[in-house]
Design a protein around this ligand. Structure first.
Ligand code: NI
Length: 136
């Protein structure tokens, strides 16, 4: 039997969606407001879910305090109040869309969370727009 536990987290960050290979006109057409040259911010909400067996000695799947610390150290401290395009080297060549940010976060956390657990990362860019990635 497996069960899923989730932890919510939050960070604010700025970005600009821009494809270097396109003209300014095409960038503006495709990305609209998200292409504004001077960047704009989002209040990102993150939900990290870990699915696995309950450890009979603790009654836990994973210690939530441990999960909280991993998310804080690896994601919030890295991304909060940053300009994703300028401050995060990964996004110098990858467009910082919600999709790509979600995969970036997943890949960092995947290396920190025991492989026995299934990991799912859900990222809200706005209260209504969110993306989800579980490594497949
Ligand atoms: Ni945006």
């Amino acid at each position: 039997m497996e069960i899923t536990v989730s932890r919510k987290a939050h960070f604010n960050a700025a970005h600009r969606l821009y494809n270097k290979k396109w003209s300014d006109e095409k960038n503006s057409q495709v990305f609209g407001k998200c292409n504004y040259p001077n960047y704009h911010g989002h209040n990102y909400e993150l939900i990290v879910s870990v699915k696995g067996k309950i450890n009979p000695e603790t009654g836990y799947v994973i210690d939530m305090g441990e999960l909280k610390t991993i998310i804080k150290n690896e994601i919030e401290d890295r991304l909060d109040h940053k300009n994703l395009n300028l401050d995060i080297p990964h996004f110098s060549n990858v467009i910082p869309s919600a999709e790509n940010i979600c995969i970036f976060i997943y890949n960092i956390l995947r290396n920190k969370i025991d492989k026995d657990f299934h990991l799912n990362v859900k990222l809200y860019e706005t209260p209504r727009n969110f993306v989800e990635y579980s490594g497949i």
